[in-house]
Design a protein around this ligand. Structure first.
Ligand code: ADP
Ligand code: MG
Length: 585
């Protein structure tokens, strides 16, 4: 007598209905879950051609009895729950008894399994029909091979995204389970190339094995206990912030979940220190009583419903803020100024600014006191590029006095008014135009780094960075491959502040993955990203010569009034306006 039983129809009707196999990655997910439920210590995942040709998951778990093997492939047959009340406290990853039959109905599948007591048995099923069932030889455990997925459903196959995206999704699944179960050994191979070979370990080592050594100093332990809730894992320091929310792994009672409210709770404690579109790294295991959460919400079993959503939100938020309270306080404060402004205030400021902007005449530089001198210089047969390159100590506008206030705005007098210039966006505009211009030609000038920088990537990212080489090169980054998904950055664009190189490359990579192609808008954005990162920040003190130089270069750009992101660079307070305000008129 086996362990697997057909669920009675009254339970079947209580199981959230629906399809579960939509792509190769859902096959991988279901098979890995089964291996984990079977208490495996070792799971091997072999993929051929992005999973469409072959997905094999082999484990060393409990195995399936001969009497159970056919039943395992019929609908709603499971060894994991028996009665309706079991749905209220599901401890295993599977419970629907749907995965194996669903996979078998859309592929050519063969499975070999052996329990400790009995000999191995093999079953072959094509498109849902059993083709053979016989004794086999194998070690203990189960191996399921899924070939030619969707061969009988060409319509579904057509809907799959491009191949590298499918592989990334599969890698994402393996990565997530490997993080959730660090004590299980995982091997993951695509087309004979080993992507992961992860020895059984603890969570910290598992994170380092997956993401690279640089994570070892950048992850912060989370260990929080409140009532029946336990929150454990690691959250990331500021240097692991990403522009896409790709590195957030949340497990609830050892089940991978997606939950926007928990994601918000994790991000909330960082808010005073991060920008609007940045996300922290995080791997969190949440343990709570099985009956305070319902996992039977969606067939993919990723969505859950909490009995007390609000309560969970606060506990998670508290667990993170306790862990990071030392790092967030220490981060630079000027970011937070932007985030704390409330909407109504921004609106008011904008109105005021608009009014001022209208006052800016078109060729404002002509109002500089000695415009004539500048005109004369321009007649020289030097190109713009050469001027910008050779300028160094030369000033084109004889700016008499210039002041820096609050370490971020420059003030200077022009005929008939007062100019206020935002130093960061002014520099950003200059660098942006220069980058755009040079990327089309022979590239930005590069400076050799005294200490070459190493940058390690995850597999899926590495292939993208290779595609980006020529473009990064044009920007002035000289890069060499170093093996093991690592690159060496040997030189950087001439105006990059030391230490910013890796951040710029990483952000450009994120941008590229988002755009998913090299297009003119990607090139634009790449130049804007470089300009924003390399530009002088608010908070940096400038010498008088530097300020004059900056303003001069600004007026050589095609559009000195707005930064690449559309923020204004210059505000002009006219003499008339000042007179009016002081009631001289
Ligand atoms: N790798 C495995 N090792 C041992 N038993 C397995 C394995 N995969 C599946 N089974 C058995 O087959 C049954 C059906 O699997 P599945 O269709 O995924 O449904 P569920 O996981 O929801 O029970 C499981 O309940 C389990 O008893
Ligand atoms: Mg299952």
């Amino acid at each position: 007598m086996g362990n697997i039983k057909k669920l009675k129809s009254n339970i079947v009707n209580n199981i959230a209905a629906g399809e579960i196999i939509e792509s190769p990655s859902s096959v991988v997910k279901e098979l890995i879950e089964n291996s984990i439920d079977a208490k495996s210590r070792k799971i091997n995942v072999f993929i051929k051609d992005y999973g469409l040709k072959n997905i094999t998951v082999k484990d060393d778990g409990l195995g399936i009895l001969k009497d159970d093997l056919k039943l395992a492939f019929s609908r709603h047959a499971t060894s994991k729950i028996f009665e309706k009340k079991d749905l209220n406290g599901i401890k295993t990853l599977g419970f629907r008894g749907e995965a194996l039959p669903s996979i078998a109905s859309v592929s050519m599948l063969s499975a070999v399994s052996k329990t400790s007591a009995k000999s191995a048995i093999e079953i072959k099923i094509n498109g849902g029909e059993i083709k053979s069932f016989k004794k086999a030889s194998s070690v203990e455990g189960t191996s399921v091979k899924v070939e030619n997925l969707f061969y009988n459903l060409p319509a579904r196959k057509k809907f799959l995204k491009n191949e590298s995206k499918e592989l990334n999704k599969i890698t994402g699944v393996v990565k997530a389970y490997a993080l959730c179960y660090p004590s299980i050994q995982f091997k993951y191979i695509h087309n004979n190339r080993e992507i992961y070979n992860l020895p059984a370990s603890n969570l910290k080592n598992r994170i380092i094995d997956i993401f690279g050594k640089r994570y070892s100093n950048s992850i912060i332990k989370v260990d929080y206990l409140k009532e029946d809730y336990k929150i454990e894992g690691f959250t990331g320091n500021m240097d692991l912030l990403r522009k896409r929310n790709v590195n957030q792994f949340i497990f609830l009672n050892k089940r991978l979940i997606k939950d926007s409210s928990i994601a918000k709770a994790i991000r909330n404690p960082y808010l005073s220190a991060i920008k609007r579109n940045e996300y922290p790294f995080c791997v969190l295991n949440i343990s709570m009583p099985y009956d305070s959460v319902d996992v039977n919400v969606h067939p993919n079993k990723n969505e859950v419903r909490f009995k007390n959503q609000q309560h969970i939100y606060h506990i998670i938020k508290r667990s993170i803020s306790e862990s990071i309270k030392h790092i967030v306080v220490a981060s630079p404060s000027f970011y937070s100024q932007f985030d704390r402004v409330d909407e109504s205030q921004i609106q008011n400021n904008l109105d005021f600014r608009d009014q001022l902007l209208k006052e800016i005449p078109d060729d404002i530089q002509k109002h500089f006191v000695n415009y004539q001198k500048f005109e004369d210089e321009k007649i020289k047969p030097e190109s713009m590029d050469e001027i910008v390159e050779n300028e160094l100590s030369q000033t084109y506008y004889d700016i008499n006095d210039i002041w820096q206030i609050h370490l971020k705005y420059l003030l200077t007098e022009i005929n008939g008014g007062l100019l206020i210039i935002d130093q960061h966006v002014a520099h950003e505009r200059i660098l942006y135009e220069m980058a755009k211009d040079r990327v089309d030609k022979n590239g930005l000038e590069s400076q050799t780094l005294l200490f070459p920088q190493y940058l390690e990537f995850e597999d899926e990212e590495y292939s993208h960075i290779v595609e980006l080489y020529p473009y990064l090169n044009k920007l002035g980054f000289r890069i060499r491959e170093f093996g093991n998904n690592t690159i060496i950055v040997e030189s950087s664009p001439i105006e990059t502040p030391f230490g910013k190189e890796l951040e710029i490359i990483r952000e450009i990579l994120d941008l590229y993955i988002k755009h998913n192609e090299i297009s003119s808008s990607f090139i634009d954005n790449m130049c804007a990203t470089y300009a924003c990162k390399a530009a002088i920040k608010a908070g940096e003190k400038l010498e008088s010569q530097e300020m004059k130089h900056l303003v001069n270069r600004l007026f050589f750009t095609k559009n000195p009034y707005y930064c690449p992101h559309g923020r204004p660079i210059i505000i002009n307070l006219t003499e008339d306006e000042l007179d009016e305000r002081f009631e001289r008129k």
